[in-house]
Design a binder for this molecule. Structure first.
Ligand code: CDP
Ligand code: MG
Length: 750
């Protein structure tokens, strides 16, 4: 299936591509020449720059750290800072992650390394889950979104002495925004230090961005002039190729904090420095398919089997796009493993899934080293691309696709879309194979397709997201003119306008685009998408069904409440299980049915597993509901109301939030003879009925309404398939009158 490696020597990783790859190649050579005595104690390359790094943090406002994945940035740098005294006097060092699963698992890892329990000295915070303690936690890992939320209570983030923004090159929506906000905070808090970790790709942009702040920032300039620890005329960028600077331990001990607006003990600093961690990476040989495959899950499994049959040691990391693909590949590999167990191979094949919604215990199976004589095959989504390091990987199998957010600015609709990933991301994935020894990466497409179809770099999330939630938060932080905000890269104006329109329609903004005191401020405080938040507020204040909407908000905020098809014995079994809870009104009422039955059965794990319910998801959902409930109470709202079985109340509250996502059955496309789903499952976005090329909407097969097809419905999310269909999920049938009654500004009676 793949070209013979020999014929591909030119395509070998590290030779063929741009500077980044070349650098990796050089890294290898350097590693080979490195004398044993100079090797860092714990073997991680970051140890070798510890002193320089601490010196630069001491003397510069911002330090950009560049280094290969796995060199120890995330796990070690916060600890270095802690050990160097940055967490004295009750201060914390915080490190942000674009992914929740990374924040949790890294905190666990660092706590293990330091011999403490998570939640004590080392903690984490992610949406709806806080494992930290203000009194004892010194190092905290959080999602970028959570730090953004923390700014609403404490805009200057005063409890942190150093903020490390990790994986900045990923350009997630929240990280990009945080960078702009932190730059503003720096001007008010010259004592604050930022450490920003990034892949080589984005370094110049980051340095230019922060450098302009330190030159322009009045407070920062004053701090430098006022005799802070930093020299006032430092060159903006200090690049240190391995030179050792003395660490000035005295600098932080002075209590004269002239220039520091918040009265810190620490001196102000300006300027931006770059630390490049010398890599130790082995070359990775890249293989392409001779012909493109039609089913990359199948092709991935076959490739793993081929690798396994070679019978040489080395674990495998497979990149697929989502949970369903991962689980189906794991199932297929389990079967293959049983078959292969009969052959006389030295190794046993063991497949382990890895994706965002996977419970912690199962994640550890993927992260921990395999037993002797076992070849571990980790089947992952792109969370294993940079945020998580999995040891022992020698082979990478890459489907070259990724599931990501996409945004249609014409209609203002966000969806999840499986699309070819970027060349940069493929190279990153391939690099995962070169950590222990020379490795191999198998790309499941032809070299020609790879060259022609994949974009060079991924598009930042800011360019392909619904911005309503973000804009709402920025408004709450007092940033009114979004287009004049100092962005790393500004969002598309069209998307910003759509976001503002949605917020206006929800009543969160007034005619002058100012936050409304009633809805806007409350909505900004809720850690939910604005539309779901608006439904919850409507339930509490207008429709007397707060309990039900709290339940729903919880269930809709966790990755899954239905078990995976694999757990219940296939797709059909899951459909049968779902049918027991189905409701003519749709998925949301079905969720309420599930919840009621779950309570009636005493939240029993056994009952859940027999009924196709994901117990872990239900428990998490219940926790989320409780947290939201506390939040509403703090806002002074009555949370006790319940609809007592009158589901129309619930549906009206839902309509009050989701009306922009109303879709109407399209009779013109109805074909009574069509036996397949196509042709009779076509919807149109109601607020976009004008002629032209309408969106192709249909109900996702996972919905309990997938077969009944109501005339008018609302959906919470949608996913785009490869034929361009937007498939609606969490779907609910509604009455047309409700739309005109609850969103008169958007829908008028005909
Ligand atoms: O952030 P960076 O990619 O530079 O590396 P890291 O996440 O700090 O990981 C440093 C090293 O810790 C990795 O090379 C792994 O050897 C190890 N590690 C691990 O074994 N298990 C984890 N859950 C996290 C890290
Ligand atoms: Mg990292």
């Amino acid at each position: 299936m793949f070209q013979k490696p020999g014929s591909l020597s030119k395509a070998a990783f590290g030779v063929k591509f741009d500077g980044q790859q070349q650098q990796q190649h050089h890294g290898t050579a350097a590693a080979a020449a490195e004398p044993a005595a100079k090797r860092p104690k714990n073997g991680l390359p970051v140890e070798s720059v510890r002193r320089e790094l601490l010196y630069l943090v001491e003397s510069h406002a911002t330090v950009v750290v560049v280094g290969e994945t796995g060199c120890g940035k995330t796990t070690q740098i916060p600890r270095f800072l802690h050990e160097a005294g940055w967490t004295a006097d009750g201060y914390q060092v915080v490190c942000t992650q674009p992914r929740r699963v990374a924040a949790v698992s890294i905190a666990q890892r660092v706590a293990d390394e330091m011999g403490v329990a998570v939640g004590t000295t080392v903690g984490y915070g992610v949406r709806f889950e806080d494992a930290s303690n203000q009194a004892t936690t010194r190092i905290k890992y959080v999602t970028d979104g959570l730090l953004l939320r923390e700014m609403m209570d404490d805009p200057l983030l005063t409890k942190y002495s150093v903020i490390m923004v990790d994986e900045a090159h990923e350009r997630s929506l929240a990280t990009d925004t945080l960078l702009g906000l932190l730059k503003k905070v720096q001007r008010r808090r010259p004592d604050l230090r930022l450490v920003i970790s990034s892949a080589t790709l984005e370094v110049d942009r980051l340095v230019a961005f922060f450098d302009s702040s330190t030159v322009r920032g009045k407070a920062a300039a004053a701090a430098a002039a006022g005799g802070g620890g930093a020299p006032s005329r430092t060159p903006a960028v200090v690049s240190i190729p391995g030179r050792v600077y003395p660490v000035q331990h005295g600098a932080r001990q002075s209590s004269s904090s002239s220039g520091s607006s918040s009265g810190r003990r620490w001196r102000g600093a300006t300027g931006t420095a770059v630390v490049s961690i010398p890599g130790r990476v082995y070359p990775v040989q890249v293989h392409y398919l001779l012909d493109n495959c039609s089913d990359y899950v199948q092709a991935a499994v076959q490739t793993v089997v081929d690798i396994h049959r070679e019978d040489v040691p080395g674990d495998v990391l497979v990149f697929l796009t989502g949970q369903e693909e991962v689980e189906s590949a794991v199932r297929m590999l389990d079967e293959e493993a049983r078959r292969l167990a009969r052959s006389r191979l030295q190794y046993k094949l063991m497949a382990a899934p890895m994706y965002a919604g996977l419970p912690g215990a199962q994640q550890r199976l993927a992260l921990e080293p395999a037993a002797r004589g076992v070849r571990k095959v980790v089947v992952a989504t792109n969370i294993a691309e940079t945020s998580l390091t999995i040891e022992g990987i020698v082979y990478v199998v890459d489907c070259c696709f990724v599931k990501q957010r996409a945004y249609n600015p014409i209609v203002g609709l966000e969806s999840l879309l499986v699309a070819p990933t970027s060349k940069a991301s493929c190279m990153q994935r391939a690099g995962r194979a070169g950590r222990v020894r020379p490795g191999h990466a198998f790309r499941l497409c032809t070299e020609e397709s790879w060259q022609q179809l994949l974009p060079k770099a991924s598009v930042p999330e800011m360019q392909r997201s619904d911005l309503a939630g973000l804009l709402l938060q920025l408004k709450a932080l007092g940033i009114d003119n979004i287009m004049r905000f100092d962005w790393l890269a500004p969002p598309p104006a069209e998307a910003a306008v759509r976001g503002l329109e949605l917020l206006h329609a929800l009543g969160a903004l007034d005619g002058d685009a100012k936050l409304t005191p009633s809805t806007g401020t409350l909505l900004a405080e809720l850690p939910l998408e604005p539309q779901l938040g608006a439904a919850l507020l409507a339930a509490a204040t207008r429709f007397g069904c707060c309990q039900e909407l709290l339940t729903l908000a919880g269930m809709l905020s966790v990755p899954a409440v239905w078990a995976s098809p694999a757990a219940v014995g296939g797709k059909r079994a899951l459909e049968e299980a779902k049918a027991k809870f189905a409701a003519a009104e749709g998925d949301l009422v079905a969720f309420l049915n599930v919840h009621r039955a779950w309570l009636e059965h005493g939240k029993s794990h056994r009952w859940s597993s027999r009924n196709g319910i994901h117990q872990h998801g239900m428990l998490r959902a219940a926790e989320v509901s409780q947290q939201l409930c506390r939040k509403l109470k703090r806002m002074g709202l009555d949370t006790n109301s319940s609809c007592e079985g009158d589901v129309d109340k619930v549906l009206k509250a839902v309509t009050a939030g989701l009306f922009m996502n109303a879709a109407q059955f399209d009779h013109t496309e109805y074909d009574p003879r069509a036996s397949s789903d196509a042709g009779s499952n076509v919807y149109r976005l109601l607020r976009h009925m004008q002629p032209g090329r309408p969106l192709k909407l249909r109900i996702h097969a996972s919905s309990v309404l997938a077969r009944t097809r109501p005339q008018l419905l609302l959906f919470l999310r949608c996913q785009q398939n490869d034929e361009g269909w937007y498939e609606m999920q969490a779907v609910t049938a509604v009455e047309p009158d409700w739309l005109t009654e609850l969103a008169p500004g958007v829908f008028q009676k005909l």
